[in-house]
Design a protein around this ligand. Structure first.
Ligand code: C2G
Length: 447
C-alpha cells in the first residue's frame, strides 16, 4: 500500500484545497492529512487564520478524502511523521516548490499544481472589509510596521504623512500604492485607522483629531503623558466606538505571552522583585538628542514597565527616579518602585548602554530572559539546583510587529480583551509613572 502525506491549514476550506487533496490521494492508496495547530501557524507567521483547529479538522474530514488526519504542531515534525507512518510520498502545492526538497532523503517529494484564482486570503478579505491605515510619522519603526501590515490580512497601509518632507520622500520611494498626504490633518481622510508614530508630546492632540475623524488608533508608547489625558481620550474613543490601542510589540510575542502564563501558574512561587533593563545607542544620536521626548524614559519606560505592570496588580506605593541628563535630554534613567509587598527596578538608556536583561524573582526560583529581553524568543526558569534549569523557546516570524497589528485588528473586530493585551487599568498604572517623570519628579544628574 502506497502511503501519501500532505499538510495545510485548510482555513475556510475551498475548491483549491479539495482539488489538492484529490490529487494527493490519487498519488497512492492511503492519504494522511496534517492540519496545522494554531500555535504552529502563529510561529510560522501565519496570523490571519480565521477558523479554529477543530473547525479546520472538520473541514478536511467532511471532504471524505483523507484516510487519516493528524495535527502538525512544530517545525521538523514532517520528518518524524514520514518515519512514524511509513510514508512513501510527501506532497504539497506548487506554491512551496523547493521548500521541502530536504524531505527527499526520507521519501518521494511531489509538488502538485496549485488551483489558480482562489485562496483563503481572498475569502477572508471578502468576508470582512480591509481596514485602511494612515501612518503619521516615519522612521525605521514605520518602515517595519509598513512591511508587517502585508503579513496580516484585513489591513492595508493607505496613506502617510511626516512633517519632514525629506524623510517622507525617502519613505514613499517604492511604495506606489501609498498616498502621500500634505499635512497631519489630512492623514485621516479615507482612512479607518491611524498609526501614530510621533514623539510622545504630540500624541494627545493627534489622538483627539483621529477620534474626531472616526479613526481607530494604534499609537507608539507612551500613548499618554498624563492620567487626565488618558481618561479623556478613552472617554472620547468609547463614545465614538473606536479602538485606542497602545502599540508595544513585546507584549504580543509568543514567548512573552507564555512567560506571563508560566509565572501566573506559580512556577517560581510568588513574585517579589523584578529587575528590567533596556537601552539603545542610535546611529544618529546627535539628531535624536535634540528632542527630549525621545529620551531614555520616554522611549523605553513603557517597555521596561511592561513586565512590572503585568506582574503586580496594584498601584505602585512609591517610586524614585534618577536620570542622567544633558540639555534636558535624558540619556539614562534608573528607577526604584515599591509595591505593597514587592519591589522592582528599571534601568533604561538612550545613548548609554546597559545589559538588556529581565529577571523576575519569586519565592521558589526566578525567571531569566537574556538581552535583548524585549525581543524575546527564549527564557529560562532557574532555581537553586542548576540541573533543574527549564529552558523555553518560542519562535516568531519577521520582527514581531505583525503579532501586534494582528491583535490591534482583533480588538477592533472582537473588542473583548485577549488575555495578554494591556487592560486600561494597566495602561493607567504605567501612565501614572510616566506622568511623574514628565512633571519633573525625578532627580537629575549631569551627564
Ligand atoms: N492550495 C492549492 N490551491 C490553492 C490554495 C491552496 O492547491 N488555491 C494547496 C496548498 O498548496 C497546500 C494546501 O492546499 O498544499 C493547503 O494550503 P494552506 O491551507 O494554505 O496551507 P499551507 O500554508 O500551504 O501549509 O506545514 C504546512 C504546509 O507546509 C502547507
Amino acid at each position: 500500500m502506497k502511503k501519501v502525506i500532505t499538510y495545510g491549514t485548510y482555513d475556510l476550506l475551498h475548491h483549491g484545497h479539495v482539488a489538492l487533496l484529490k490529487r494527493a490521494k490519487a498519488l497512492g492508496d492511503y492519504l494522511i492529512v496534517g492540519v496545522t495547530a494554531d500555535g504552529f501557524d502563529k510561529e510560522r507567521g501565519k496570523l490571519n487564520v480565521s477558523q479554529s483547529l477543530a473547525e479546520r479538522i472538520e473541514n478536511v474530514r467532511q471532504t471524505g478524502i483523507a484516510d487519516q488526519i493528524i495535527v502538525e504542531e512544530y517545525e521538523g515534525q514532517k520528518i518524524s511523521d514520514i518515519e512514524k507512518y511509513g510514508v512513501d510520498i510527501f506532497t504539497v502545492g506548487s506554491d512551496w516548490v523547493g521548500k521541502f526538497d530536504y524531505l527527499s532523503e526520507y521519501c518521494q517529494v511531489v509538488y502538485l499544481p496549485r488551483t489558480r484564482g482562489i485562496s483563503s486570503t481572498v475569502l477572508r478579505a471578502s468576508a470582512k472589509p480591509v481596514l485602511k491605515l494612515g501612518i503619521l510619522g516615519v522612521d525605521s519603526v514605520a518602515e517595519r510596521f509598513y512591511t508587517a501590515c502585508k503579513a496580516v490580512s484585513g489591513i492595508e497601509a493607505h496613506a502617510v504623512f511626516d512633517a519632514d518632507p525629506q524623510r517622507l520622500n525617502k519613505f514613499c520611494r517604492g511604495k506606489s500604492t501609498l498616498e502621500r498626504r500634505e499635512s497631519a490633518e489630512d492623514i485621516y481622510e479615507g482612512c479607518d485607522a491611524v498609526f501614530i508614530n510621533t514623539p510622545a508630546n504630540e500624541h494627545y492632540e493627534q489622538i483627539i483629531a483621529a477620534i474626531k475623524a472616526g479613526c481607530h488608533v494604534i499609537c507608539n508608547p507612551p500613548i499618554f503623558l498624563s492620567v487626565a489625558q488618558a481618561e479623556e481620550c478613552y472617554r472620547l474613543a468609547d463614545e465614538a466606538g473606536l479602538e485606542l490601542f497602545e502599540g508595544i510589540k513585546t507584549l504580543y510575542f509568543p514567548a512573552f505571552e507564555h512567560m506571563l502564563l508560566l509565572i501566573k501558574s506559580g512556577l517560581i512561587g510568588t513574585v517579589k522583585d523584578i529587575d528590567v533593563s533596556c537601552s539603545q545607542i542610535p546611529e544618529q544620536m546627535e539628531q535624536v538628542s535634540k528632542n527630549k521626548y525621545m529620551g531614555s524614559l520616554y522611549d523605553w519606560g513603557p517597555i521596561a514597565l511592561l513586565p512590572i505592570i503585568k506582574m503586580y496588580e496594584s498601584q505602585c506605593e512609591s517610586s524614585e527616579l534618577i536620570s542622567f541628563q544633558k540639555e534636558e535630554f535624558s540619556y539614562f534613567t534608573r528607577g526604584f518602585l515599591r509595591y505593597p509587598n514587592a519591589t522592582a527596578s528599571i534601568r533604561v538608556g538612550k545613548g548609554m548602554k546597559v545589559e538588556g536583561e529581565l529577571v523576575i524573582t519569586g519565592t521558589k526560583g526566578y525567571l531569566y530572559v537574556p538581552a535583548p529581553w524585549w525581543l524575546t524568543e527564549y527564557f529560562e526558569i532557574r532555581s537553586e539546583d542548576l540541573r533543574q534549569v527549564k529552558k523555553y523557546y518560542f519562535n516568531y516570524e519577521g520582527d514581531g510587529f505583525r503579532y501586534m497589528i494582528y491583535n490591534f485588528l482583533h480588538s477592533i473586530h472582537a473588542p473583548e480583551r485577549t488575555s495578554v493585551q494591556h487592560t486600561r487599568q494597566e495602561i493607567l498604572r504605567a501612565t501614572t509613572l510616566m506622568e511623574k517623570f514628565h512633571k519633573g519628579d525625578c532627580k537629575v544628574l549631569e551627564l
